[in-house]
Design a protein around this ligand. Structure first.
Ligand SMILES: [Zn+2]
Length: 428
């Protein structure tokens, strides 16, 4: 007797199987399981995937759109300035309330874990206090990691070093940074060194906003790779954004990417935000700004895509939809081959789980019984349709459901209903 069985599931690797769950764990993944179960979901050939994982988000700012005003230019710098206006007015309770509301949405979209940055340039550290509280409140349905993020600069903002130390004492999970926002290239490099040293001493991973700029001469990615090796942090360091790499000289990048691979660095581009905020000083041609995703993947570097922002000072759109994130990446990086589109799907699922170091993630016996049933047959169709999440399962319990999206059509001589998930050729 199982707690739950999902029948006739298409798995991301192309197999078809039933998934049986017992005591919050996946007990069996095989065709034709006949045992009884407390609940049965008929996936009927729909894709069943482990949950979406968002490796880069700003939960302290989400849903603050319009507070205290809208971003008129839509630029990164006005966004940072606007966030600076809002920060003194923030309360922990208000941040918690907005974050919980966002997480309700994220669950319905099949997100199972989020790494959020918490801005520690706000001297009261209400952001850290609030997000650590949120982490406990949502533990039953979303795994949250909190990064101490010195938005206004570790050295550039007064009290940055002290704030990092206090945030670590409060219990953050990850050390952040923003070297390109320090006053000089030298200060930026110094901050990377100092923050990697702290991470090594405290046994914490690192995830820095690194070179979120169009400057082809910015060199903080290289510094981060070198300090990762120097402090023995291989496999525990992520570079978020890395947009300078889009604009760098090709010869230089041919040296940089192997250095990143050697350091076991993880790369976290944020396609929706990178395509929106980068290239703002360009007329035409206008750079896309996203880092070199196919080349990083080809070098064996784990690349995971983040959502970054939803309805905040930097981005007024967003819907907690990691398939929308993957969809944008496919376009911006021209990852349109069938294999590349599958890689884009992996970048919002297995790759981001690896970046966050999640244990028990996946659809194999013994893994946590966390999965999502999608109104799509395979990962490519899921990205194409930004497919409806029919059921979201966490530790073997259905925690969110959305009805299948089927439109009624009232045109003489045509079918009465249309289901967009029935349009792909059978062998796609
Ligand atoms: Zn960010």
């Amino acid at each position: 007797m199982f707690d739950l069985i999902a029948k006739d599931a298409n798995l991301p690797d192309g197999r078809t199987a039933d998934i049986a769950v017992k005591d919050g764990l996946i007990a069996a993944v095989e065709p034709g399981i006949t045992a009884e179960a407390g609940r049965t979901i008929d996936a009927a050939g729909s894709l069943v995937t482990p949950p979406f994982i968002d490796p880069h988000f700003h939960m302290d700012a989400t849903l603050s759109l319009g507070l205290p005003r809208l971003n008129r230019s839509g630029t990164l710098l006005e966004g940072i300035a606007l966030w600076g206006e809002l920060k003194p007015m923030l309360t922990a309770d208000a941040i918690v309330e907005r974050a919980l509301r966002y997480c309700d949405l994220a669950v319905t979209q099949g997100i199972g874990a989020i790494r959020t940055h918490a801005d520690i340039s706000e001297p009261r550290l209400v952001t850290v206090e609030a997000l650590l509280r949120v982490k406990e409140l949502i533990a039953d349905y979303i795994d949250l990691q909190v990064v101490a993020f010195p938005q206004d600069g570790y050295y550039r903002a007064p009290g940055g070093e002290d704030a990092m130390a206090r945030a670590i004492d409060m219990g953050v999970d990850v050390v952040g940074g923003i070297p390109h926002f320090e006053r000089t290239m030298a200060d930026g490099a110094r901050s990377v060194e100092a923050l990697c040293r702290i991470a090594a001493e405290k046994g914490l991973p690192v995830d820095m906003h690194c070179d979120e700029t169009d400057d082809p001469l910015s060199r903080h990615v290289e510094t981060l790779a070198a300090e990762t090796v120097r402090f023995g942090l291989q496999g525990r360091v992520a570079g978020s954004h890395l947009t300078s790499m889009h604009s760098m000289d090709n010869y230089y990048v041919s040296k940089l990417i192997p250095l990143m691979a050697e350091a076991g660095m993880h790369a976290i581009p944020n396609p929706l935000i990178n395509i929106t905020l980068q290239g703002r000083h360009d007329t035409y041609p206008k750079r896309r700004g996203m880092t070199r995703v196919p080349e990083l993947m080809a070098a064996g570097i784990t690349v995971s895509f983040g959502h970054d922002c939803v309805m905040d000072p930097w981005y007024s759109l967003g819907n907690a939809d990691m398939l929308e994130v993957a969809h944008m990446a496919v376009h911006v990086a021209q990852m349109t081959s069938p294999a590349a589109m599958r890689q884009a799907f992996e970048a919002v699922t297995v790759n981001s789980a690896r970046t966050l170091g999640l244990e028990g993630y996946g659809l194999a016996p013994g893994c946590k019984a966390d999965f999502v049933v999608l109104q799509a047959r395979d990962p490519v169709e899921a990205i194409r349709l930004k497919a409806t999440r029919l059921a979201v399962v966490r530790r073997g319990k259905v925690i969110a459901e959305t009805p299948r999206r089927v439109s009624r059509l009232a045109i003489d001589g045509r079918p009465g209903t249309v289901d967009a998930a029935r349009y792909a050729p059978p062998a796609a």
